[in-house]
Design a protein around this ligand. Structure first.
Ligand code: SF4
Ligand code: SF4
Length: 439
């Protein structure tokens, strides 16, 4: 299986397109009322006009390419102080726009290839991936701990390796191993049971999707995991009848949708298999009138867009042959695959819920601060940034913030704790599980 993963050199043409204009500093909404707030978590914490924002990082890429910069401790710290949130990409309008997060990750890949990256704390994650196939140093058997209550209640979840099912619920490592985030697979499986869905999980046989490795620049580890997963998905389709893979994890979804397609064998491996995020899956059921909602939740609630199912799913149009403007020109962006509206529509459909929007939303969302290895590499900063997001939620008068990603769920909860806020943090599935009645 070949992989088409860009080297920093491949992106050089685009690296020279940044004019250091600074447009990527702020998320604008022209209203009414018009609003503008910072968009870059790294710039917010460390100073936008320094080397921490998009324009500074792109300048590093030039220095790495022309050999004037070495991967010393200071440079490594700087290139890993980025949540790879894509906020700068949303704001920039120049020709390198489609490639900005790619440039950040290509720098990291070069650092790893040089034997310098990732940061020492990140190396615990990549070592764990190699030893345990998950970044949490969790033995395989712990992957199914969250399923125990189902077994106890006489509603065991199918092991899809042993029992065929048309739907694979791909849990993801954070949902399986993080104590707090376990509420998400638990609510997802509970909902699926109530909806009478024939589904199964991989349990101890589930491997990390490889997103952590890819975001940290360890392309070899990503390829190892992604190749095994693609082969497994194909086998499950052929032997166990899997036609749909549902995941509640924004990171896993992004990896399968955007990173796995870099494989030359993607179409062959995924032939007959649809990958879908729970938000879209449940939204479709709702549209078909198959998601009964009973009772109600008297709650004022806002929604935090995870970067990985939001702007990371943008599709960019580039003038590849120069026939429209010039070779490599940025022509436009489609947000058709970004899951912006589906979670909002589901929240609004819950009886009793009053939905309110934060100023920074959808493509202008402010990252929770946990992505791109920041939660591990710079835990204090990640929680502080999440506190800023919670504060923004509080300004709307909301008592709860919903999201659709176990990583955001955990980090936002840390942020709420850090600023001693009463804001309740939920995943969408936790709320829906409260109002979908048992059959
Ligand atoms: S990344 Fe884009 S918006 Fe930001 S400084 Fe460079 S050209 Fe300007
Ligand atoms: S990806 Fe996010 S954190 Fe990184 S430079 Fe861009 S806006 Fe800042």
């Amino acid at each position: 299986m070949d992989w088409d993963i860009s080297r920093l050199e491949d992106l050089e043409h685009y690296i020279w397109r940044c004019t250091a204009c600074g447009t990527c500093r702020v998320a604008y909404d022209f209203g009414p009322p018009a609003t503008c707030r910072p968009i870059c978590p790294a710039g917010t914490e460390f100073g936008f006009e320094g080397n921490m924002s998009s324009k500074g990082k792109i300048a590093f890429a030039r220095g790495i390419l022309d050999g004037s910069l070495e991967f010393d401790e200071a440079l490594l710290n700087d290139i890993y102080r980025c949540t790879i949130c894509g906020g700068c990409q949303s704001q920039c309008q120049l020709d390198h726009k489609p490639f900005i997060p790619e440039i950040m990750e290509a720098m990291r890949r070069k650092a790893v290839e040089a034997g310098a990256g990732p940061l020492p704390l990140h190396k615990n994650l990549t070592r764990s991936l190699k030893s345990y196939n998950n970044p949490y140093q969790g033995p395989r058997r712990l992957r199914t701990d969250w399923t125990r209550p189902f077994k106890k209640a006489g509603r065991p979840i199918k092991d899809i390796m042993k029992q065929p099912a048309p739907v694979l619920f791909y849990v993801g490592c954070t949902g399986a191993f993080n104590q707090q985030a376990r509420a998400i697979p638990t609510a997802t499986a509970s909902l699926f049971h109530k909806l009478g869905l024939d589904f199964g999980i991989l349990g101890e046989n589930e491997l990390c999707c490889g997103s952590t490795a890819m975001r940290l620049g360890d392309a070899e580890e990503f390829k190892r995991l992604a190749t095994q997963n693609l082969e497994l998905f194909k086998k499950l389709h052929q032997e166990q009848g899997v036609a749909t893979i549902v995941t509640s994890c924004a990171g896993c979804y992004r990896a399968i949708k955007k990173d796995y397609i870099l494989s030359s064998a993607y179409d062959e491996m995924m032939d007959g298999v649809r990958v879908i995020h729970t938000a879209q899956f449940l939204y479709e059921l709702h549209q078909e009138g198959k998601l009964p909602l009973e009772g109600g939740l008297e709650m004022k609630i806002t929604y935090h867009d995870p970067c990985h199912i939001g702007r990371h799913l943008n599709k960019f149009e580039v003038d590849a042959d120069g026939s429209q403007l010039w070779k490599g020109a940025y022509l436009g962006v489609s947000e058709a695959e970004c899951l912006y509206e589906q979670p909002r529509e589901l929240l609004k459909a819950i009886p009793g819920v009053e939905f309110v929007e934060m100023e920074r939303n959808r493509a202008n969302s402010f990252c929770c601060g946990g992505g791109g290895g920041v939660m591990t590499g710079f835990g204090e900063w990640a929680a502080k940034n999440a506190g800023l997001r919670i504060q923004e939620g509080l300004e709307t008068g909301a008592a709860a913030m919903a999201s659709t990603c176990p990583f955001c769920h955990y980090n936002l909860s840390q942020g709420a704790q850090r600023i001693a806020s009463d804001m309740k943090v939920y995943d969408l599935v936790e709320l829906l599980d409260q109002v979908v009645p048992a059959k």
